[in-house]
Ligand binder design. Structure first.
Ligand SMILES: [Zn+2]
Length: 107
């Protein structure tokens, strides 16, 4: 993903400028499609427990799991972390993702 200088913002953890090298954490919810999972697990049981073999035959196996931000980028959050926060701090990723989500929504 390309990024412009104008896309940069402060570290989402400490609020300091991110500097010349920093980390981008992409956070997204993922969903297992029930029908695809049933097909794969059903075939796995029929084929003696081989998940790899059943995934090669089940029609929905290749896209059984959907990462929502892959479908729609607005469904995910990007967290920017400066080097210091990434390396030295115990970062609460979920909390930062929720804060980022509220900021994007303008709340
Ligand atoms: Zn920081």
């Amino acid at each position: 993903m390309k990024m412009k200088i104008s896309d940069l913002r402060a570290c989402d953890c400490c609020g300091s400028p991110v500097g010349f090298s920093f980390y981008v954490l992409r956070v997204s919810m993922a969903i297992v499609k029930p029908n695809s999972a049933r097909q794969v697990f059903g075939l796995t049981a029929m084929l003696g427990g081989s998940l790899a073999l059943s995934e090669s035959f089940a029609p929905g196996a290749d896209d059984a799991v959907i990462v929502l931000s892959d479908q729609d980028s607005s469904m995910g959050e990007e967290i920017y972390l400066c080097q210091e926060c990434y390396i030295l701090k115990a970062v609460r990723v979920c909390e930062l993702a929720e804060i980022r989500s509220y900021k994007k929504a303008g709340a």
